[in-house]
Design a protein around this ligand. Structure first.
Ligand code: NAP
Length: 296
C-alpha cells in the first residue's frame, strides 16, 4: 500500500497564516513589527533564490525585512560590521547570514558575532548550548520544521526508534537532539548514522522514523526501509535534467518511488521539509519580537 504524503507546503501555509495573525496582533497591541535582517555575501544562485524566498515570506507575514546583498569580495571585517550594525538596529529582531560564505571569510567568526537574542537560525554556540541543556533558545529551523511535521501528522515519537542519517551541525545533530529530548515530538530512542557507519541498511531497517539528511540522492531506497515507517527526506539535490528550463530538477536523498511503496508516511522533495524551514525562521523572528515586547 503506497505511503501517504506528508505535505510540508500545506502545513507551512497553515502555520504562516497563524504567524501573520500574531504579527498583526503584536503590531496592534504594542506597535512592534517583527523584523528579519538578511545578509547575503556573493551571488551564488541557490543562496540568492533562498534569500529571495525568505524575504517574500517575511513580507507576506507582515514582517519588516531588511536585505543586505554585498559582493563576494567583501572582507571579513566588513562582514562583521554588517552583523554588528544589525545587532544594534532595534527594527531587526532576527539576523540571518546566508551560508555558505566565500572561502576567505571565517564563517564561525561571523556567526558567532550575531547577538544570541537575534540568532533566529539557532546557529551560534550559545543557542546550541542552550538547546542542549533545555534552556530557552531559538530552535534551529530545519530540525524544528521536521519535528513540527511529525507533530502535525500525529506521529508518535515517544518510545519509537528514530534513525537519523547525517551528523551536520545544521541538520543531523540538532534533529537527533530534538528527537531524543524529553518533550513533545521527542522521547525517541535515536541512532545517528554517517559515512563511518558500516552497513547503513542494518540501521535504517530498524527505524520507525527515518530522517535522511545526507545530501546525496538515493542514499535510501525502498528495500532499506522497515514496512510502515515514517520517512522524512531533508535532502535537496540538483540533478541535471535537460527537459527542464533551468537544466536541473530537485530531488531528495531518498528514492521516493521505491520508498513510497514501503513507508506509511513520506515527505516529498520539493514540497516537504523545505517550506517548513522558512516557516520556522518566521516563527523564531516573531518569537524574538514577542520576547522583546514582554521585557517592556
Ligand atoms: P552536510 O553538512 O553535507 O552533511 C551530510 C551528512 O550526511 C554528513 O554527516 C555525512 O557524514 C552524512 N552522509 C553523507 N553521505 C552519507 C552516506 N552515504 N551514508 C551515511 N551518511 C552519509 O549536509 P547538511 O547541511 O546536513 O544537509 C543535508 C541535506 O539536507 C543536503 O541535501 C541539504 O541541501 C539539505 N538541507 C535541506 C534543508 C531544507 O530546508 N530542506 C535545509 C538544510 C539542508 P560525515 O559526517 O561522515 O561526512
Amino acid at each position: 500500500m503506497p505511503a501517504k504524503i506528508l505535505d510540508g507546503k500545506l502545513l507551512a501555509a497553515t502555520m504562516r497564516a497563524d504567524i501573520a495573525k500574531q504579527v498583526a496582533e503584536l503590531k496592534a497591541a504594542k506597535g512592534i513589527t517583527p523584523g528579519l535582517g538578511v545578509i547575503l555575501i556573493g551571488a551564488d544562485p541557490a543562496s540568492t533564490s533562498y534569500v529571495t524566498a525568505k524575504e517574500k515570506a517575511c513580507e507576506e507575514a507582515g514582517m519588516y525585512s531588511e536585505d543586505v546583498r554585498v559582493p563576494a569580495e567583501t572582507t571579513q571585517a566588513e562582514a562583521l560590521a554588517l552583523v554588528q550594525k544589525m545587532n544594534a538596529d532595534p527594527r531587526i529582531h532576527g539576523i540571518l547570514v546566508q551560508l555558505p560564505l566565500p572561502k576567505h571569510i571565517d564563517e564561525a567568526a561571523v556567526i558567532n558575532a550575531i547577538a544570541p537574542e537575534k540568532d533566529v537560525d539557532g546557529f551560534t554556540p550559545i543557542n546550541v548550548g542552550r538547546m542542549m541543556i533545555g534552556e530557552t533558545c531559538f530552535l534551529p529551523c530545519t530540525p524544528n520544521g521536521v519535528i513540527q511535521m511529525l507533530l502535525s501528522a500525529g506521529v508518535e515519537t515517544s518510545g519509537k526508534h528514530a534513525v537519523v542519517i547525517g551528523r551536520s551541525n545544521i541538520v543531523g545533530k540538532p534533529v537527533a537532539h530534538l528527537l531524543m529530548r524529553k518533550a513533545k515530538g521527542g522521547n525517541a530512542t535515536v541512532t545517528v548514522c554517517h559515512t563511518g557507519t558500516k552497513d547503513l541498511a542494518t540501521f535504517t531497517k530498524q527505524a520507525d522514523i527515518l530522517v535522511v539528511a545526507a545530501g546525496r540522492p538515493n542514499t535510501v531506497t525502498g528495500e532499506m526501509i522497515k514496512p510502515g515507517a515514517v520517512v522524512i527526506d531533508v535532502g535537496v539535490n540538483r540533478v541535471p535534467d535537460a527537459t527542464k528550463k533551468n537544466g536541473f530538477r530537485l530531488v531528495g536523498d531518498v528514492d521516493f518511488d521505491s520508498a513510497a511503496q514501503v513507508a506509511s508516511l513520506i515527505t516529498p522533495v520539493p514540497g516537504g521539509v523545505g517550506p517548513m524551514t522558512i516557516t520556522m525562521l518566521l516563527y523564531n523572528t516573531l518569537e524574538s519580537a514577542q520576547r522583546l515586547s514582554a521585557k517592556g
